[in-house]
Design a protein around this ligand. Structure first.
Ligand code: IMP
Length: 428
């Protein structure tokens, strides 16, 4: 089984951590290929709940090599805080590997993220404030600082000085902040260098060797399809490629190695931050989804915006990612509803759209066209096959499958690893 990509089909927080965890002990390596500590996976194993932001979820699976790929942006303080937190709880983190080409998030990028958002006012993106956008902007502007730069102090100092030449002008003259000192930044970065060094490798080469040996590699996206900088709801997106294509550029694995793309979609929809969200519910039904689904950000604690399942975006995710399997999560959150609306198309200024409109201006004005399905009251949390589900829950799953035009291979019915309906093996 070669490389498998795992992506979010909506606006993030679909439960990718659980899906990776479901693949479990049969996976030899899990690679995070984009994003940084803006992500948040909550994984529940037995009575233990783990919230991961930067580390790949494979870190919790004994025998699995967790890899931070070149496409990730790393806040070193957060990396070691997360490692220490896991170690204190008895998790072995010694097999973590970090790409020498991954970019770092120096503290000035966190500062810039926050002041830029404040400056944008009502046009803000609602970022996580972790410096993600500025770090990727630096990467593209070719003034980024990479992991490998930590091992060449002179070169590092020159690069930091180069990056700060313009940034200090912006900080002082536009944002009225104090200039950042080159030495302070260099010291802050070098403080982690010795500890990081043994973890650093050419991860593209390492992955090629693993795949040649027939090992199974999962490439796990941070964020999700609609937050992808190219294919998402721009500019209300993150600054990296969170779709399947990003798995190649962010890890150094060629497209020809990828055999499956698994997309995770919640049985309803959520979004954090600003931007269009056609099925958003601003009433007590949205509040119900938020409280029953515990929809508060893992990273920022912000309440998530909640709404009904949107088959248009799920179908779009199936298309742009080439999805081979969907994992539908949190079906149990819908238990107890009399009726469940599903968005099947949009109305934009009186015109029906079965696909996402071409422009964001139209998408922002899209209102959902719903079909409504009967709900169920039975507790579904111990179901393990589709036949264990009440008729209406099963019908809901089967109808979504038809609408999104890709097979739903697993359905989450509760937070624990075991609370899953398996339709077919994801690693077949
Ligand atoms: P940034 O990634 O911090 O720049 O934030 C850009 C947008 O992506 C904001 O709307 C964030 O709320 C959103 N975002 C970033 N990471 C996640 C995530 O892991 N889940 C959900 N939304 C996210």
């Amino acid at each position: 089984m070669p490389a498998i990509v795992l992506v979010g089909a909506q606006w993030g927080d679909e439960g990718k951590g659980k899906a990776t965890d479901l693949l479990g002990s049969r996976v030899d390596a899990v690679v995070k290929f984009n994003g940084g500590n803006n992500a948040g996976h909550t994984i529940v194993i037995g009575d233990e709940k783990y919230a991961l932001h930067l580390l790949p979820s494979g870190i919790l699976t004994p025998g699995c090599v967790p890899i931070i790929g070149n496409g990730v942006v790393i806040d070193l303080g957060v990396l070691f805080e997360e490692i220490d937190g896991l170690r204190a709880r008895g998790v072995d983190t010694s097999s973590l590997v970090v790409s020498a080409s991954a970019h770092l998030i120096p503290s000035y990028n966190r500062t810039l993220d926050k002041v830029t958002e404040r400056f944008l006012g009502s046009r803000r993106i609602g970022t996580t404030g972790r410096g993600i956008g500025p770090a990727y902007a630096d990467k593209m502007a070719r003034v980024g600082i990479r992991v490998q730069d930590l091992f060449d102090e002179e070169g590092l100092r020159a690069k930091v000085a180069g990056a700060l030449t313009l940034k200090n002008q912006v900080l002082v003259k536009i944002y009225n902040r104090r200039a950042v000192d080159v030495d302070e930044v260099v010291d802050e970065l070098l403080a982690h260098a010795d500890r990081l060094r043994p973890m650093v490798a050419d991860t593209s080469l390492l992955l090629e060797r693993m795949l040649d040996e027939g090992r199974t590699v999962v490439l796990e996206a941070g964020q999700a399809t609609l937050l992808d900088v190219d294919h998402g709801t721009y500019p209300f997106v993150t600054s990296s490629n969170a779709t399947a294509g990003g798995a190649c550029t962010g890890s150094g694995i060629p497209p020809t190695r990828i055999s499956a793309v698994i997309a995770i979609a919640k049985a309803y929809t959520t979004r954090v931050g600003e931007g269009p969200f056609p099925t958003e519910l601003l009433d007590e039904q949205g509040e119900r989804l938020r409280s029953v689904g515990a929809e508060y950000g893992t990273t920022t604690g912000r309440p998530r915006r909640c709404g009904w399942f949107d088959a248009v975006i799920a179908r779009y995710a199936a298309r742009v990612n080439g999805v081979t399997d969907f994992v539908l999560t949190k079906l149990d959150v819908l238990t107890g509803l009399d009726e469940i609306p599903v968005c099947v198309a949009y109305d934009v200024d009186g015109v029906r759209h079965d696909e996402i409109p071409m422009t964001q201006r139209e998408f922002a004005r899209a209102t959902p066209i719903y079909e409504t399905f009967p709900g169920w009251d039975e507790d579904i949390s111990s179901a393990t096959t589709l036949n264990d589900l009440p008729k209406n829950a099963r019908q809901y799953v089967e109808t979504l499958e038809e609408m999104i035009k890709a097979p739903i291979s697993a359905v989450g019915v509760g937070p624990e690893r075991e609370a899953t309906v398996t339709v077919r093996d994801l690693l077949r």
